[in-house]
Design a protein around this ligand. Sequence first.
Ligand code: ACO
Length: 327
Amino acid sequence: MSKKAYIKALANYIPEKVVTNYDFEKTLDTSHDWIVTRTGIETRHMSRDDESAYDMAMSAINNLKLQGIDLSEVDGIIVPTTTKEYIFPSTATLIQNALGLKNCFTLDLSAACSGYIYSLNTATSLIESGMCKNVLVVATEKITKDPNPEDRGTVILFGDSASVALVSAREDDGRGIIAMQMKSEVREDIISLKASGSAFPITPERMDNHEHQIFMEGSEVFKIAVTEFANSMNQVLEKAGVSLDQVALFVPHQANIRIIQYVAKKSNFPIEKVSLIIHKYGNTSASSIGLGLTEAYHEGRIKKDDYVLLTAFGGGLTWGSTLIKWA
Ligand code: ACO
């Protein structure tokens, strides 16, 4: 019998420190009302100075272990992140070492806010091909270090966190990850983080120009996001022969509440069936969908046989979806 990938276990890690919109009012020309109205964000969490992306990843994994989940049979680790620990060793390899896993491949994956979807879909393909049996997807982002603290258009958006999913093989009875979609397109003119790539070594001049920080033409990104969100959702549903009204829970990437509201309204999808976390955590990049999925699951919002739709859009540009029939 062929194998299907399914999500066996989920856990999150949220750093303790809360940053409110009022905190930004002290240093920037902004207001709580502007931020809430234009983005839906009320608070976001920030990691400690001495807490790295790897540390947050390990805290999320620890929360998974506290559920009694055995990780000794993990044979693949994928870490979607834009804030990896080092260039190499990869963050995934550091995690492998900490878990004491011998028969395991590791991969850091760069797809910005679509990283969780790209990783789930990659894990699914590896499992369906027979290469792996248990893949740990560990999204971790210390992204609050990346915006220019003086740029009110980006710094207010982001929060830190980590989210882990254990994706495992099971006999194919129609449940599990049933359809996937991914696409990308270069638009560095509207969103980029260029230094310290090999073409853009960090120099004092580049630092003065804030080229080591996130550049984003927010309203341009917004326009493409709403279109490609809807396209990606429709394409993955069509692949599976599932209609949107059969979907029990929609977990979108959370960059802006207005993107989510627009997509839900345009496709006539009830907002009550969306896992919404942006008000608490802001945009947590690759870990955002993991946070929303894990919270909904632990709140009992997902039952066996439910269709759960995950869709992301992010820097790159990258976008994609995963459709799950919950096992
Ligand atoms: N407080 C007050 N005013 C602000 C703030 C702020 N924090 N930020 C921007 N403004 C001002 C701008 O300066 C501008 O003023 P002006 O008209 O005098 O020039 C005005 O508000 C409108 O600016 P816009 O950029 O057009 O504001 P918009 O409503 O588009 O909101 C936002 C900006 C929130 C960034 C929105 O465009 C957005 O969410 N875009 C999509 C982001 C996204 O999806 N990114 C991809 C994922 S991120 C990743 O992958 C790393």
